[in-house]
Ligand binder design. Structure first.
Ligand code: CA
Length: 741
C-alpha cells in the first residue's frame, strides 16, 4: 500500500546519519545525565541522541539529525510504550530527553521523569498549585515544558514560581516567586537557560498585568536582571534593565488610557530564544491589555513593545533592537509564537534570520543582526486585517475597517485571537529549507463594549470587547457555517521564496505542533486523534497512528542503545476547545485521554481498547419555565464570564463538562452552591459572587436551559449534547498506570 522512493535528499541525510552513528559510542561512554547539559550541548544539539531542550537546541528549529526512522521505513513505526497522565486537561509540553531519561510536564505544572526506553516512571513532582488559580489562566492550566542545565531541571508554575530541581531525584533545590501572586499572572511557558541564568516570562494580559522577563542565577536562584516590555503606568523608573528602553517607548502610549489600570499587557508567555551566534536573547512579546487599543491607549500610539520581537543582551537584559509586527495591537495578536533561527540564502547573500508565524497570519523573516524586516507574507488564506507589509518601513498596510474602535462597527477579523498559528511548536528543516506551520483558519468578531458589564471587573477576561454579546446567533445555518469555516492545515512554508511548498488540510483547527528530522520526516498529531508522519520534502503522508485522543503538543525524538524513539504528549485542552463552542466541530466528540506516547520501529505495544464511542444520552432538560428577560440577562453574563472556559453558547468543547448536558441544570440549589458559594473551587471552578448575585446566577442557568432547548431542536441531539469526555477513570488517575513496554 505504501510505496517509498529514496529521494536524493533522503540519501544525503542517511549518509550524514552515518556520522551520528559513529558518535554514538562516545556519547554512551560519557554518560552523565542532566549533569552534562551545558552551552556546548544546547548550542549544537549534539548528535541527536538527546533532545536536551524544548526546541531541541538554541536555534529552536525542532529538527533532529537522527535518521534511523526515515521516510523509507516510518511505516514500520509502532508504539514502544505509553504512560497514562493524571490530568485530563491540556497537554502542551514537549518532552526533553537526556541520556535515556525523559522529563515532561503536564497540567497544573506537574513534572514527570521516565526511563525513556522502558517507560518506567522514575519520579514525579507536584508543585501543589492552588486550583483556584485556574480562573486567572486564559487558556487552560497548561505547561509547555522544563529546561535542563548542569544537573538541574527548571520548572515554571501556573502560580508564578520558578523551581530548580535535582534532575536525579526530583527534589527542589530552590524556588522563587517570579510574580506578584495577588495579580492575575500565570506561567505556562518553558524556561530557557543561558550563561548559567534561567530566563522566565509570564502570562495574564487577558486579565490585566504588565509583562516582563526575569533572569535568575541557575545555582542560587538570585535575580540577575528584569526587563519590562511596556512602560510603568505610574511613570516611575523600575530600577530594571528595561529603564532606558522604557524612557524611549513611553511616548508610544497615551496619557490616560486603560493601560494605566491594566498594566498594558505585553506578556512573554512562550517564546524566548537565545542566539548563540550573535549572543542575543529574543523575546516574543504578547498582546495589549485590554485588547482594545481605543480603550487601552485612547487610540493613540504604537504601544511598544506589544506584539514585538525584542532583542536583549543576555548578560544584562539591556535592549538591543526590536521589530513590532502589529503596531497598535487591538486583536490579541501576540508575537509570542515560536521563534526559529536559521541562516538563509536571500537576495544572493547568506542572511542570519529569525522566523516566526504569529497569530496575525503573516510569516515573518527578520534579519537578526539588526531587527529589520526581510519579508512578511500571509501563510493562511483570508487574512483581512492587513493586505501586506511595506518592507521599507516594516509596517503593515492595514484595512481601516479592522479598527473597530475607530469605525464603531463590528469587524469579523481573520485571523483572530484564536490565531492563524498559536503556541503549537513550528519546526524548520535545514535540509528542505521549509518551516512546518501548524496553521488554522478561525475568524472572530471584534466590537466595542456595549454595556457596563464589559468594563473592567475583578474576575474574568478584561479585554475591552463586547464579550457579553459575542456568541453565535440562534441560527442553525450560521452555526453550521462557523463550524465549517473553522479549519486547520499543515503548511510547509518556503521562507526564501515566501510561499507555501505544500499543504495538508484538516477539517478542524487546533492540530498539533510539528517536529522534523533528517530522515526527511515531519511529525504532527491531529485534533481528531491521529499521530502522523509526512515526507518533509513532498508532504506525502507516510504514517498514521490512531491515538484515540486529540494531540496538540509537539513531538521530540531521541536515541538510546542504538534505537531511535519518537515521543509525543496526547490529550485535548487549551484555549480553543475551551472557548470556541459549536465551531470546534467534530473534535468535540474526540475523547480526552491524556497520555505520553513513545514510538520506535517495529514497536509492539498497544493502547487499551478505546472507550465506548456511543454518544451520551442527552440529559433530560428541566421543564421549568424560563422567562425571556432572565434568559437575556443570563446570556450576557454567560458571554462575559463563562464562555472563555465553558465555550460560546455553553456548547462545551470536550474538555470541561458540557453545561448544556449537565444534570445540575435541573438543580437550582446545587447551581448556586457552585456559582456563588464556590463548591467546586478545588477543581478550579471558583465562586463568581464578586460579579454575580444569586439571582443572576440563576439567570445564567435559565439561559443555558434555553440554549440547550434550542440546540437540541435545531442542531440535533448529538451536536447539542456532545459526546462524553472519556477522561481517565479515578482509579487510573490514582495509580497513573504505565503501559506496556
Ligand atoms: Ca492573549
Amino acid at each position: 500500500m505504501r510505496r517509498h522512493v529514496m529521494t536524493p535528499l533522503l540519501a544525503a541525510a542517511m549518509l550524514w546519519g552515518c556520522g551520528s552513528e559513529r558518535a554514538q559510542t562516545g556519547a554512551q561512554t560519557a554518560r552523565d545525565g542532566v549533569g552534562k547539559v551545558d552551552a556546548a550541548l544546547l548550542t549544537s544539539g549534539g548528535d541527536g541522541h538527546d533532545w536536551a531542550m524544548t526546541g531541541f537546541n538554541y536555534q529552536e528549529q525542532r529538527f533532529s539529525p537522527l535518521t534511523q526512522i526515515n521516510a523509507g521505513n516510518v511505516g514500520r513505526m509502532g508504539l514502544a510504550w505509553f504512560a497514562d497522565m493524571p490530568d485530563a486537561r491540556g497537554q502542551e509540553a514537549t518532552p526533553i530527553v537526556i541520556d535515556g531519561k525523559l522529563f515532561v510536564t503536564g497540567p497544573w505544572s506537574k513534572l514527570f521523569a521516565f526511563d525513556a526506553v522502558s517507560g518506567r516512571k522514575l519520579w514525579e513532582y507536584d508543585p501543589g498549585v492552588d486550583k483556584q488559580k485556574a480562573v486567572q489562566a486564559c487558556c487552560d492550566v497548561v505547561n509547555r515544558g522544563v529546561a535542563a542545565w548542569k544537573g538541574q531541571l527548571f520548572l515554571g508554575t501556573l502560580d508564578g514560581r520558578l523551581i530548580a530541581l535535582n534532575a536525579e531525584t526530583g527534589t527542589p533545590n530552590w524556588s522563587v516567586q517570579t510574580t506578584d501572586n495577588s495579580r492575575p499572572y500565570t506561567i505556562t511557558g518553558a524556561p530557557r537557560v543561558v550563561k548559567d541564568m534561567v530566563i522566565i516570562g509570564n502570562g495574564g494580559a487577558e486579565f490585566g498585568v504588565r509583562g516582563y522577563v526575569t533572569a535568575y542565577d541557575a545555582t542560587s536562584g538570585a535575580q540577575k536582571w528584569r526587563f519590562y516590555t511596556v512602560p510603568n503606568p505610574t511613570g516611575a523608573k523600575d530600577g530594571a534593565a528595561s529603564d532606558a528602553a522604557m524612557a524611549k517607548v513611553s511616548p508610544t502610549w497615551s496619557k490616560n488610557g486603560q493601560w494605566k489600570q491594566s498594566g498594558g499587557g505585553g506578556t512573554v508567555w512562550d517564546s524566548i530564544v537565545y542566539d548563540a551566534e550573535l549572543n542575543q536573547l529574543y523575546l516574543g512579546v504578547g498582546n495589549g491589555s485590554p485588547w482594545n487599543h481605543g480603550l487601552r491607549s485612547e487610540g493613540q500610539g504604537d504601544n511598544l513593545f506589544l506584539s514585538s520581537i525584542v532583542a536583549l543582551k543576555p548578560e544584562t537584559g539591556e535592549y538591543i533592537w526590536h521589530y513590532q509586527e502589529t503596531p497598535a495591537e487591538t486583536w490579541d495578536f501576540t508575537a509570542t509564537q515560536p521563534i526559529t533561527l536559521a541562516t538563509l540564502p536571500i537576495g544572493g547573500q547568506q542572511r542570519k534570520v529569525l522566523m516566526q508565524a504569529p497569530k496575525n497570519g503573516f510569516f515573518y523573516v527578520i534579519d537578526r543582526t539588526n531587527g529589520r524586516l526581510v519579508n512578511a507574507s500571509q501563510f493562511v488564506p483570508g487574512v483581512n486585517w492587513a493586505s501586506g507589509y511595506d518592507l521599507k518601513t516594516g509596517r503593515p498596510n492595514e484595512n481601516p475597517a479592522a479598527r473597530y474602535y475607530r469605525t464603531g462597527k463590528p469587524f469579523l477579523t481573520v485571523p483572530s485571537a484564536l490565531a492563524a498559528h498559536n503556541w503549537q511548536p513550528m519546526a524548520f528543516s535545514p535540509q528542505t529549507r521549509l518551516a512546518y506551520i501548524p496553521a488554522q483558519s478561525v475568524g472572530a468578531a471584534y466590537l466595542n463594549p456595549s454595556s457596563p458589564l464589559d468594563q473592567r471587573q475583578p474576575i474574568g477576561f478584561n479585554v475591552g470587547q463586547d464579550l457579553g454579546n459575542a456568541m453565535y446567533p440562534r441560527d442553525a445555518a450560521a452555526v453550521k457555517g462557523a463550524t465549517a469555516g473553522a479549519t486547520g492545515s499543515l503548511v510547509a512554508w518556503d521562507p526564501v521564496a515566501n510561499k507555501p511548498r505544500w499543504k495538508v488540510d484538516y477539517p478542524t483547527p487546533w492540530n498539533g505542533g510539528t517536529m522534523a528530522t533528517a530522515g526527511n520526516l515531519v511529525f504532527q498529531g491531529t485534533a481528531l486523534g491521529e499521530f502522523r508522519a509526512y515526507a518533509a520534502d513532498s508532504g506525502k503522508q507516510l504514517f498514521s497512528f490512531p491515538a484515540g485522543t486529540g494531540i496538540m503538543a509537539g513531538a521530540a525524538t531521541y536515541m538510546v542503545g542504538g534505537k531511535q524513539y519518537v515521543a509525543v504528549l496526547a490529550g485535548r485542552g487549551g484555549a480553543l476547545p475551551l472557548s470556541i463552542g459549536y465551531a470546534i466541530g467534530k473534535a468535540r466528540d474526540v475523547p480526552n485521554r491524556p497520555r505520553l506516547l513513545v514510538f520506535a520501529l517495529d514497536g509492539k505495544a498497544a493502547l487499551p481498547p478505546a472507550p465506548g464511542a456511543t454518544p451520551a444520552a442527552p440529559v433530560p432538560l428541566p421543564t421549568e419555565t424560563v422567562a425571556p428577560q432572565q434568559v437575556a440577562q443570563g446570556k450576557l453574563l454567560f458571554g462575559r464570564y463563562c464562555q472563555v472556559c465553558h465555550g460560546a453558547n455553553a456548547a462545551g468543547g470536550g474538555v470541561l463538562p458540557n453545561l448544556q448536558n449537565s444534570p445540575v441544570l435541573a438543580d437550582a440549589e446545587t447551581w448556586k452552591s457552585i456559582l456563588i458559594d464556590g463548591a467546586l473551587k478545588d477543581q478550579g471552578m471558583v465562586s463568581f459572587a464578586k460579579v454575580m448575585t444569586p439571582e443572576q446566577a440563576q439567570a445564567v442557568r435559565h439561559y443555558i436551559i434555553d440554549e440547550a432547548r434550542w440546540a437540541r431542536a435545531n442542531l440535533g441531539n448529538a451536536n447539542a449534547a456532545g459526546k462524553p469526555t472519556a477522561a481517565a477513570t479515578p482509579a487510573e488517575t490514582a495509580s497513573m498506570k504505565t503501559g506496556a513496554r
